[in-house]
Ligand binder design. Structure first.
Ligand code: URA
Ligand code: SF4
Length: 192
């Protein structure tokens, strides 16, 4: 059943469905345009996000903001969410059971936003959304279509901070995303 934004937000803020609830300061639901064509999905909150209760506000977030601006968009135009809504201790990768426990909330967000394109930032998002078998170095840049939504796996901005040589490929992937958004706009205009 489709739940409302308000219900979904309340459920997340009170959630104790996995052990990550014990470590959090704030849950990080996600934010942005509730009708965005473009949805970015990261891994999970880091220290800054846990403190603020907002996604991608630390160093990786500043880079994501730049990437969004380079696409000719504003942060407010898109929606930004994570696979898990509570910070894993020490920023470790979420465990499979934590991802499984939290994924219904992300699916609820998909259902409410109904984006045209989802960008998976890094392996955790790509594995949760596309397939367990994803390897980001091999599979980034390749579109996947699931239930009419175009999904693009690319590198996580934190990976770009560690290895700036990955920026070129990431920019290629984001240009593909821009093309896809334009194509879907043209199709919509034609069918109106
Ligand atoms: N990294 C993520 O994956 N998500 C955030 O919200 C911040 C950093
Ligand atoms: Fe609930 Fe997700 Fe937080 Fe786990 S990470 S407690 S499933 S909101």
């Amino acid at each position: 059943m489709q739940v409302s934004w308000q219900t979904l937000q309340e459920q997340v803020s009170q959630c104790i469905s996995c052990p990550l609830c014990a470590h959090r300061t704030h849950t990080v639901f996600g934010e942005g345009n509730p009708h965005a064509s473009l949805l970015f999905v990261g891994e999970g909150p880091g220290a800054d996000e846990d403190r603020m209760g907002r996604p991608f506000v630390g160093r990786a977030g500043q880079l994501l903001d730049k990437m969004i601006q380079a696409m000719g968009l504003q942060r407010e135009d898109v929606y930004i969410a994570n696979v898990v809504k509570c910070r894993p201790p020490g920023n470790r990768t979420p465990l499979p059971e934590e991802t499984r426990a939290c994924l219904p909330y992300l699916r609820g967000q998909f259902a409410l936003i109904r984006p045209k394109v989802i960008v998976c930032l890094g392996a955790t998002a790509a594995r949760a959304i596309i397939s367990e078998d994803i390897r980001i170095t091999r599979d980034r840049g390749n579109w996947v279509n699931k239930k009419g939504i175009w999904i693009m796996p690319t590198y996580h901005p934190a990976a770009l901070l560690r290895d700036p040589t990955k920026k070129r490929e990431t920019w290629q992937d984001l240009q593909e995303v821009m093309k896809k958004l334009e194509e879907t706009d043209v199709q919509n205009a034609a069918s109106e």
